[in-house]
Design a protein around this ligand. Structure first.
Ligand code: FAQ
Length: 317
């Protein structure tokens, strides 16, 4: 079959909402786009464990500690599903991780901000997981089968994450004046970086047009960001705090909240590696990879041994 015919079959599948599977023919650029996006998503999940991991030993009660541990473990699991989904596209996990360590691959800008107080853990759950869910609900319908299926499970866990974050803030907002001040301070610091998670304005988004045609993306960066603002502007009313944006206002004509301009200079600065914690995050991941080498070697040796044993038993039978 000619490339043109193969491409037509691929485009027909996209048109008819049939998922593209690993063994199907796909344009090289579709494969590359998916490797970029899914691996960066995986890196985000794994790097995303670091800001919260900082509070496992300092969670205020045993119950909070158990919940946070479970949440951070979930993020590791999400990273693993996504690394596996990336591998179905023909790259090895080592290549993918090497791209993170050498700075070739990105991860979400949001994880380059520090977690200064316990209220930050609430703000991450509420705002960061909240933003992640909106984006990921859309990705449950993405055109590549393994990515879409991974997203279904991830979304279930993320909605638990968001509720636990909101509940942390709700409890604190009913506490002492100091606790309420901590909630306000955390919301002030996490609000704008959360809006940046959706990526640049549609007019600046280099990949959106093609990714939308291939149904990798189903909603634009700005559409999702607006949905997030509309959702959070209502939820914040229960927390007795305000969002740090004087321009935030319901627009009756648009039936959406208007909001202020994002500091794009800050966004690109963080994306380029110059945020408050970029160097620390990357150093932590490299250290974990190097110190975990013996575990990977042991697992490989064990699997080799099992295969040899099984082969020996078959030969003897
Ligand atoms: N940070 O043309 P676009 C989570 C880059 S998971 C850094 O619009 P695209 C769970 C972009 O890569 C959060 N870089 O790109 C959790 C591209 O550069 P490249 C992660 C960003 O792909 C919660 C360039 O800018 N979620 O939070 C960012 O069409 C709590 C141009 O941008 C995902 O990864 C950014 N924020 O749209 C864990 C979801 N935004 O690659 C722990 C999957 C853009 O050419 C605790 N990804 N860039 O070098 C996506 O949906 C898309 O990739 C977007 C960006 C929407 C992020």
């Amino acid at each position: 079959m000619s490339i043109l015919e193969l491409e037509q079959i691929f485009l027909d599948k996209i048109e008819r909402e049939i998922k593209i599977e690993p063994k199907d023919w796909m344009p090289e650029q579709y494969r590359k786009t998916l490797i970029r996006q899914i691996s960066q998503h995986a890196h985000s999940e794994v790097v995303g464990m670091l800001p919260e991991g900082n509070w496992i030993t300092r969670a205020p009660t045993l119950k909070r500690k158990a919940i946070l541990l479970a949440k951070v473990q979930d993020e590791a699991g999400h990273g693993l599903y996504l690394y596996s989904a990336t591998e179905t596209l023909g790259v090895t996990r080592e290549q993918t991780i090497n791209d993170l360590h050498t700075g070739k691959a990105k991860y979400s800008s949001i994880f380059n901000y520090p977690t200064l107080t316990w209220a930050d853990i609430g703000a991450i759950g509420w705002l960061v997981d909240g933003a992640a869910i909106l984006n990921q609900v859309m990705l449950c319908r993405t055109s590549y089968g393994p990515y879409a299926r991974a997203m279904v499970r991830i979304c279930k866990e993320e909605s638990f994450h968001q509720r636990q974050g909101f509940e942390i803030l709700l409890v604190m907002s009913k506490g002492s004046p100091e606790q309420r001040a901590m909630v306000q301070d955390a919301v002030n610091r996490w609000w704008w970086p959360s809006l940046m998670m959706f990526g640049p304005h549609d007019s600046e988004s280099t990949h959106s047009e093609q990714s939308t045609k291939w149904k990798i993306k189903r909603m634009s960066n700005d559409e999702l960001r607006q949905k997030f603002v509309d959702m959070i502007a209502e939820q914040v009313k229960f927390l007795n705090v305000t969002l740090p944006d004087p321009a935030l206002k319901w627009n009756e004509e648009r039936k959406h909240y208007d909001f202020g301009e994002i500091n794009w200079e800050e966004f690109w600065n963080v994306v380029k590696g110059n945020g408050p914690c970029n160097r620390e995050r990357l150093a932590a991941r490299k250290k974990a990879w190097e110190e975990g080498a013996w575990v990977r070697e042991a697992a490989l040796a064990y699997s080799r041994k099992r295969k040899e044993r099984a082969a020996g038993q078959t030969a003897a039978a």
